[in-house]
Ligand binder design. Sequence first.
Ligand SMILES: Cc1ncc(COP(=O)(O)O)c(C=O)c1O
Length: 423
Amino acid sequence: MRDKWDSIDEHRLRPESLMMGYAYKPEWSEGSMKSPVFQTSTFAFPSAEAGKHFFALAYGLEELEEGEEPGLVYSRMNNPDLEILEDRLTLWDRAEAALVFNSGMAAITNAFLSHVRPGEVILHSGPLYGGTDHLVQHTLPELGILTVEFGPGEQRADIAERLAAQAPGAPLRMVYLETPANPTNDLIDIEMCVEIARAHATGERDPIVAVDNTFLGPIWQSPLDHGADLVIYSLTKFVGGHSDLIAGAAVGSKDVIDPMLATRTFTGSQASPWTGWLLMRSLETLKLRMQRQRETAEKIANYLAQHPRVRSVRYLGLLSADDPQHEVYRRQCLGPGSMISFEIDGGEAEAFRFLNALRLVHLAVSLGGTESLAEHPATTTHAGVGEEHRQQLGITQGLVRMSVGVEHPDDLLYDLEQALKAV
Ligand SMILES: Cc1ncc(COP(=O)(O)O)c(C=O)c1O
């Protein structure tokens, strides 16, 4: 069997070696080396009996037999491009199961809808990506789901006290973290959050720990290794990597992913076959891209840190040994990644002058692509976060977020140098 073949003799192959062929057999498609795009909405049943069995499985009326693979039915339920991609996504995080969605926000929404009910609580870190922040501050409370925020550096006892004060008596169902946080690069201690969740376990629908791993994953951080139950990705970013698609993923144990598959089927938030195919192509170069982006980001962060017009730089590679975040970084992260936030000396006007002067780095939201991007969080991605809350979270008017691409580092440094002159 070549489909789930992941070792040679006793030699275990690494994910980057498996991304070109894992979970696909050329004989399925006339020997085609690469999986075709299965651009179809529906699949022909071999018999009426088989159709009946597939639907009984989809509605949970029958269970899969030992070793049985669910058949193909309809592309809202499953599609070969998504199934192969999902198998490949499990490899990086060493997870049992993965699901692909039509956006990162769809993956996050699905996690909340599948695991939390009205009257229950989500404890979440802040800051969060602006879209997620809106969801937890506005949409979920309207549905009767309680949300309680804690910040980086807060200790377990303080968080427990806040939870008890803000949601007295309500059952905790999820601890949701974004680490590093968008846009400040703040780290949240995953293991501490796992302890909080375990302390609230009752043996019945125990709280799960979900981590948005978009900024560092899957190369520079593996939350499941630190006890998390669910890993969320905006695949739009590093995994897609070319700023040409929108998609998301959830990765974790079967127990956590199975209810999400049911929600995805009935809410219809699956990715398209073409998006799945593009993501498989992107996965082949994921590690190469993320390594190169990290190397260049280290050079840029060092350059910015000594520039007189830059007040401060938030880059994981620059954390000093006496910073409490350094200890979390050392335990939790495998590398500093390529997201840099820095504060221009001044406010919005100075930040805008810098952004408008950039020539090679593009002025756009999003991140993780081959091209370098810069944006002003306070007026774009995090414009929906209230002014006072933004200040508390460190999203100041002078803050610029940069996603470092794969251009030549010297060209990027030249562009930054000339744009900083405009400040
Ligand atoms: C950390 C993080 N999570 C989730 C999302 C949402 O992803 P998408 O735009 O794919 O829905 C984003 C988008 O910027 C993000 O930065």
